[in-house]
Write a protein that binds this ligand. Structure first.
Ligand code: AHM
Ligand code: MG
Length: 352
């Protein structure tokens, strides 16, 4: 029976993205090439995270000359930056680990010998250049106790790759071309949207390939879980406080919600996407813009939520319509199931 048989037709992430590109006759595989470099970074981090506990205990990774091992987040950042630059498709990189944006040297923005050959074959079109905003290892304070952590990324197309400026990065989230995250948990899962729904891929370690395991993810319209750092409650504003109170003591006869908070955004958002519910990192008196960063935390996760049928709200507006002023800007965020986010929107609307 088909259901019992071992699967022999494997939908890898590359095959999936190539299929999607087939619908755009003008595309020449630039995005597929870029993505394969992101995937390489994720595989590297997955492997490094798996070894992290062990490396610390028995001193793996050539600790011979007494040199301190590179911290995992620093190492992950180096791997991602190098993988992205060597894709030959990136023009600007914004990483949580780098204070300044990285403007890729012009000769590396798609002028490799290989590319010259491709271009003569395919026409005189310009190669596409991309901007990638990413957090190479989010939630890194969770590493030492083995809790899930992740990589988050958002991708924009660059308008003119011969003339790259910071404005190419400071765009609203609605301009994003693709976004995703990779979670390093009990399994390694990569969730991706190229603007045509959301798909989840699980790393098969024996193949070294991400295989489509969660096609067309849709978030339930309403959920049973809320996720927030309640330790900050004394500093919350009234709508956030009211919302959380309603989760615990609903007045309309609906059941109260369960609280789940890992403190690792990728893991909290991944659970929200699959099970439904709401994830909040609100503003409070101490941090009026919340904690999470617009370009590489709020935008990619908001894009995925909307693509899965949910919503993302800042307390003032649709999160994707924010226009960041600086690359490391923060914003409050409420994201998840459509109806749950409607509730918090109503509370903020009645406040003003
Ligand atoms: P980090 O970039 O220092 O790792 O912080 C980001 C993390 C997110 O993964 C998570 O959602 C949030 O911080 C948790 O913050 P808090 O500990 O304030 O609840
Ligand atoms: Mg982070």
């Amino acid at each position: 029976h088909a259901a019992e048989a071992q699967r022999t037709d494997l939908m890898t992430i590359t095959r999936h993205v190539l299929n999607e590109q087939g619908r755009h006759p003008e595309s020449r595989g630039d995005f597929t090439i870029l993505l394969s470099h992101i995937v390489l970074g994720c595989k590297f981090v997955a492997s490094a995270v798996n070894k992290a506990g062990l490396a610390k205990l028995i001193g793996l990774a050539g600790d011979t000359n007494g040199e301190e091992q590179k911290k995992l987040d620093v190492l992950s950042n180096e791997v991602f930056v190098k993988a992205l630059v060597s894709s030959g498709r990136t023009c600007v990189l914004v990483s949580e680990e780098n204070e300044e944006a990285i403007i890729v040297d012009a000769p590396l923005r798609g002028n490799h010998e290989f590319d010259k050959i491709m271009v003569t074959v395919s026409s005189h079109q310009k190669l596409h250049g991309y901007c990638v905003c990413f957090d190479p290892l989010d939630g890194s304070s969770n590493i030492d106790c083995g809790v899930s952590i992740g990589t988050i990324f958002g991708i924009y197309m660059i308008k003119d790759k011969d003339n790259v400026t910071l404005d190419d990065v400071l765009q609203p989230g609605t301009d994003m071309l693709a976004a995703g995250y990779c979670m390093y948990g009990s399994s390694c899962t990569l969730v991706l949207s190229t603007g045509n729904g959301v798909n989840g891929f699980t790393l098969d370690p024996s193949l070294g390939e991400f295989i489509l395991t969660h096609p067309n993810i849709k978030i339930p319209n309403i959920g049973k879980i809320y996720s927030v750092n309640e330790g900050n409650a004394k500093n919350w504003d009234a709508p956030t406080a009211k919302f959380v109170e309603k989760c615990k003591f609903p007045q309309d006869g609906s059941p109260s919600k369960s609280l789940r908070y890992i403190g690792s955004m990728v893991a909290d958002v991944h659970r929200t996407l699959l099970y439904g519910g709401i994830f909040l990192y609100p503003a409070d008196q101490k941090s009026p813009n919340g904690k999470l960063r617009v370009l590489y935390e709020v935008f990619p996760m908001s894009f995925l939520m909307e693509q899965a049928g949910g919503q993302a709200f800042t307390g003032k507006q649709r999160a994707l319509e924010l226009v960041p002023r600086k690359i490391h800007d923060r914003s409050p965020i409420f994201l998840g199931s459509y109806d749950d986010v409607e509730d918090i929107k109503a509370l903020y609307a009645s406040e003003s």
